[in-house]
Design a protein around this ligand. Sequence first.
Ligand code: GLC
Length: 550
Amino acid sequence: MSTFHDKVIYQAYPKSFNDTSGNGVGDLKGVTEKLPYLSDLGVDMLWLNPFYPSPQNDNGYDVANYTDIDPMFGTWEDFDRLVEEAQNHKIDLMLDMVLNHTSTDHEWFQKALAGDEYYQDFYILREAQEDGNLPTNWESKFGGKAWSKFGDTDKYYLHLYDVTQADLNWRNPKVREELYKVVNFWLEKGVKGFRFDVINVIGKDEEMKDADDGVGKSHYTDTPIVHDYIQELNKETFGKYEDIITVGEMSSTTVENGVKYSNPDRDELSMIFSFHHLKVDYKDGEKWSLMPFDFIKLKSILNEWQEGMAEGDGWNALFWYNHDQPRANSRFGDVENYPFETSTMLAQTNHLLRGTPYVYQGEEIGMTNPNFDDLDDYVDIETHNAYKEMKEKGIEHEEAMEIIKEKSRDNSRTPMQWNEAEHAGFTTGEPWLKVADNFKEINTETGQTSQRIYNYYKKLIQLRKDMPIIQEGDYKALELNHSSIFAYRRDYKGQTLLVLNHFYEEESSITIPDELLGLDAKYLIGNREERTLEKEFKMGAYETVAFLLN
Ligand code: GLC
């Protein structure tokens, strides 16, 4: 059996997790302080978003120095203590490696700007086209064009994200060598996992041309050379160790590539994050729009990834939430009337699938979108760029704010709600991002529903450890076209795990196939009263239930 299929990974967003210094920003000491909480929850690995020195234009994904700690987050002593204490709690650390781009404040970029040709070749610099247009017509993922003027030269540098995030030139072997040094540096510090940021866009076309669609993704996403680079990265760094867990964040990838990235025989990564299931409420593919989520599409995407990755022996990271996504309970359920049912139903849907579940800070207590009314309460660069673009398109302020309330990445970045104290016990200072005002009801210490949700997560995490069928079982959907229930089975060594998840309020029912009804069905876990399996199985609002059949 593979070594990591029984594990669950927790993601803490250090900036918003726990502030012990009172500067309004979470810190490493704060993470250490909460290890007992994480250990009680039962997670095995802790992924921390970037805490390296950074101008923080993109909350640390604009790295100015890969091998240091931003004083805002603490010291080396704090880091060493965190590793040590985490080990005492049997929790390993996973760090975020942002190897596609550096901050323009990074020494390499600064040297390049100062005219050092060696470092100029670390980035992707091009001249304008003959007609004076930018080198290509590609768009930045954060809005606007993907090229900006390189100092006072007549060249432009590529930035697929913010203008202060300059894309690195992976075609230059020296760049790759430097980046492998970075990964090895952290391995030597005792880090056991890596989350590679937007790693499938590192291999840009050698000859850079205008894109027919005016956006350009196909010129740099999942290009064949990315697989070569990841294999080399594996071989030169974490592949030398036995027990390292890696996950690649894959922008707009395909199942076919997902298999390649994560099939163990290919020596690339342990698993990948794909995002298609989190775009089912994008109107015509546009994130900054409002639309009820398309349930059939959601199921068909999850099903496609479950089946496809299993067929090719790939491995999915399972998640609804992260620091870039609005809170899924606010998005796919009813957090006003059914907060417990919504959160636990989503959790169970995810945790019992084939793959590795990720828990993002606060989901285990049912934290929601904060619904800030004021644009100034949002800090995220993508949100502010989107607001400008919406205004330019003629969208009125009120409508733009409604969209931002649902879609902003800050929805998940508000401080962790620990207790009822001021700022939810996150900080004694002024938090860098406001706390959601429901923290008196939703918090780890006194939130009654929060505690029920937390205990449910605990059970799900323990079940995965106890049951090989959850770790290794085959997956198959039932009645994929059912309009409100996502039903699937997992099969392993003659046993079947039947998982039924109801995504809506109105009562609904599903017909259980006779072949399953003939078996001995044991109720395993559910978010309402204990149930018996029957042919016409009725489900209440946001109900989830799982049976083990022998
Ligand atoms: C990833 C990160 C996101 C960041 C982007 C650019 O998508 O998760 O937060 O803005 O990469 O580094």
